[in-house]
Design a protein around this ligand. Structure first.
Ligand SMILES: Nc1nc2c(ncn2[C@@H]2O[C@H](COP(=O)(O)OP(=O)(O)OP(=O)(O)O)[C@@H](O)[C@H]2O)c(=O)[nH]1
Ligand SMILES: [Mg+2]
Length: 729
């Protein structure tokens, strides 16, 4: 058991290296069938089927003198399970653009002939590990290709052994079509059921049942097996799938199967290459002369040579040095293709199966997701807080399940749940996943991600269920509105993309109608940020109240400083506050002057005493000209207390009746105006140079006041300092 556990954690691509010989399975003591030997011999011209990347790369260089991506292309073709002739002139392949790419996965119980079938169809033995060949068992994923009239079928061959279901899960993620392989002599066995359950839970849309080893039974038994299978798939996505008997040994049925594959492939919708690029990594290796290479099924979007990409979750960036797909070096690869990517700027050691290549900087790996979880009818009830194995794409993690509406999930039922993952995984809404029981490990259910960046929820929060229902319905406008009205209040374009996985144009499109209907608003143009119109309106009402309160508490102050207004508004985002303030100003409800906000049209109402004090202050300053009075002396004469006098001073400054030249130096505007005239006259009569003593003489003020006053004049561009003197401008 310990050996098996170790094996499951084995390094990528060589999981079988530590395969325990005992207890694993009955040794496949079967004779090496002669027809298989012939196939292998026939392939010898193509070189070894287990990849010795180093020697392969070298031999290519020696023979062809190719360099860079070209050599990588040939070498990685092997890694992808491509027989070499595919790229040769003997088997010309159509151009990438006109070729339809469809990924076909095998599924089925151990020994039912999956790998043999793939080899019979493609000429490539998908079992590439030495260990696999020795034991006649598939351990890890294998790959092969078949060209059929403008159609390229990429095969992902999976292991049937129950201990390698986790490897199977890493392969089945991106497939368009499943070949459910059932050996006619054994018919439906445990992993037939488990693999089929997985296909159903992952929402694989179509498939073909292949009844292998038809040479072993007579037609009656074949008929019986068909009946049993029809019963088995009834009510599922494979209800009307063809059931095709084949024998890899005699070749019987293979042509019919190829025709069925071609027909089924026609139903596979072309994938949308404009979506965000995602390549869940199933293998990685280092190739001498090239560096790091990763392979996977490109599940979404497109990637091209020289693109910058990011490895999630570690968030390491790299450059695409070369790409390989469909048997040759390509400039770009699109969703639906098996793809090998040669990466510059990243070490092989940094990469593991389960990581994802995606565009740089736009996503965020998740540890907490909300999902619709479905339990298989055969599973035991799922308790709240149960621990499970979570599998998505090629990734896996241990997860805790928090049921959001109920304490227990019954077999065959489905419910909303939050999954807390032990390690982060890159996930997006609509990603399907599989859940396996913690121990003993077996498939118990699966689900679909609704929110990959979920918040922690309070138990029995009815709002959450409503929110998840909206996400589940999948209407972009509704989702966007729900997200924005949720806890965060404002969302930037980048945040929406990270949360939804939509493209930028999808986001804008989703926003258009709710914006027309005045439910959503753009609250910042750069970066484009939206909020619900309601939150802006609520904020405007709050700001109005704060401004009114402020005026009431500070009748002598002209308005509230913006900073203070923002502080009093609490946690509302700055974008909403600014938009709400803009609305209020536009509606002429408030006036914003510089840093101050006040009720529009507000006059400061002074009491008689205050008005008299204001007059007195003004007069006092006017009378004293440039020999300004001490402010304390002025205050003493006033009929109001000092605090109010200060405010009156502020009003006079704001009205620009008084001019503040320095912290404790205030002049009446008339005095400053007279000074300007004096200086102009001086310039005319005595030239532009003005030494400080001359200025003191001219104005009759002391040095203490002369310097700050001159500095003020410099600031006002009336004078300019040149050495110790001033020049009158
Ligand atoms: N007679 C006969 N034997 C077959 C046929 N197809 C496969 N076999 C034999 O069945 C055994 C298992 O075949 P595999 O292709 O390794 O089975 P598999 O489903 O890939 O097994 P795992 O990958 O380990 O799950 C081998 O000994 C094959 O030679 C067939 O059509 N007729
Ligand atoms: Mg196999």
């Amino acid at each position: 058991m310990a050996g098996a556990a170790k094996l499951e954690r084995g390094p990528l691509g060589v999981a079988g290296a530590e395969l325990p010989s005992s207890n694993l399975r009955r040794a496949k003591k079967r004779p090496w069938p002669p027809w298989r030997l012939i196939a292998t011999l026939a392939k010898l011209e193509f070189g070894p089927t287990d990849c010795s990347y180093k020697s392969l790369a070298n031999s290519n260089r020696n023979k062809k003198g190719n360099s860079g991506n070209g050599r990588f292309a040939r070498a990685s073709a092997f890694d992808l399970g491509l027989p070499r002739p595919l790229a040769s002139s003997r088997h010309p392949i159509s151009t990438m653009e006109s070729t339809r790419h469809v990924i076909v996965g095998t599924a089925g119980h151990i020994d039912h002939g999956k790998s043999t079938l793939v080899e019979a169809l493609t000429g490539t033995n998908p079992d590439r590990l030495e260990e696999e060949k020795r034991r006649g068992i598939t351990i890890d994923l294998g790959f092969a290709f078949l060209d059929l009239d403008g159609l390229r079928l990429g095969f992902v061959d999976v292991p049937g052994h129950e201990r390698f279901v986790r490897n199977m899960l890493a392969g089945v993620g991106g497939i368009d079509l499943v070949l459910l392989v059932i050996a006619v002599d054994e018919c439906i066995k445990p992993q037939t059921r488990e693999h089929f359950d997985i296909c159903r839970l992952l929402g694989i849309p179509r498939g073909i049942v292949v009844l292998t080893k038809s040479d072993l039974v007579d037609p009656d038994l074949l008929g019986l097996a068909k009946l049993e299978i029809e019963e088995f798939v009834r009510g599922t996505f494979m209800e009307s799938s063809p059931i095709i008997p084949v024998s890899a040994k005699t070749g019987a049925g293979l042509d019919v199967l190829k025709q069925a594959l071609a027909r089924a492939a026609l139903d596979v919708p072309a994938r949308d290459a404009t979506r965000h690029f995602r390549l869940p990594i199933d293998r990685s290796f280092a190739m001498k002369g090239f560096g790091t290479v990763v392979t996977g099924t490109l599940v979404s979007g497109a990637v091209k040579v020289e693109d910058e990409v990011e490895l999630y979750p570690p968030r390491v960036r790299a450059r695409v040095r070369g790409l390989h797909s469909g048997g040759k070096s390509v400039a770009h690869a699109v969703a639906g293709q098996r793809t090998a990517v040669n990466l510059a700027g990243i070490e092989r050691e940094e990469i593991e199966r389960g990581m994802v290549l995606a565009p740089p900087g736009i996503f965020e790996p998740s540890r907490r997701l909300d999902a619709r979880v479905t339990l298989l009818g055969s599973a035991r009830p799922l308790r709240n807080h149960a621990r499970v194995h979570f599998h998505q794409g090629t990734a896996e993690a241990i997860a805790e399940i928090i049921l959001l509406d109920g304490k227990e999930l019954a077999p065959g039922a489905s419910a909303f749940a939050q999954l807390r993952l032990q390690n982060p995984v890159l996930l997006l809404p609509a990603d399907r996943f599989i859940l396996r029981q913690f121990s003993p490990v077996e498939t118990i259910g699966g689900g679909v991600v609704l929110d990959a960046r979920a918040a922690r929820h309070r138990r029995n929060d009815p709002g959450i269920v409503q929110f998840l229902k909206t996400l589940e319905r999948g209407n972009h406008e509704e989702i966007l509105t729900a997200l924005v009205t949720g806890s965060s209040h404002v969302l930037s374009l980048a945040q929406i993309v990270a949360r939804t996985g939509w493209t930028e144009s999808e986001v804008r499109q989703a926003a258009a109608k709710p914006m027309d209907a005045k439910r959503l608003r753009v609250v910042c143009a750069q970066p484009w940020t939206i909020a619900s119109a309601q939150s802006v309106a609520d904020c405007a009402a709050l700001l109005r109240k704060i401004i009114e309160d402020f005026h009431r508490a500070n009748p002598l102050l002209p308005g509230i400083p913006k900073q203070e207004l923002r502080g009093r508004a609490g946690k509302i985002s700055a974008e909403i506050i600014l938009t709400a303030l803009g609305d209020l100003a536009k509606a002429n409800v408030v006036a914003v002057t510089g840093d101050l906000v006040q009720r529009a049209g507000r006059e400061i109402a002074l009491s008689d005493e205050e008005a008299r004090a204001k007059e007195l202050i003004e007069k006092e300053f006017e009378r004293s000209g440039l020999t300004v009075p001490s402010f304390v002396a002025v205050l003493e004469k006033l009929p109001v207390e000092p605090r109010r006098a200060q405010k009156i001073l502020q009003i006079l400054l704001r009205e620009k009746v008084l001019i503040k030249v320095a912290e404790d130096l205030v002049f009446h505007r008339a005095a400053v105006a007279r000074l300007r005239e004096t200086l102009a006259r001086y310039r005319k009569e005595r030239g532009e140079r003005l030494p400080i003593p001359a200025f003191k003489e001219l104005t009759g003020i002391t040095r203490k006041y002369a310097i700050p006053l001159l500095e003020y004049l410099d600031r006002e561009h009336v004078t300019r300092r040149v050495g110790d003197e001033r020049v009158i401008l």
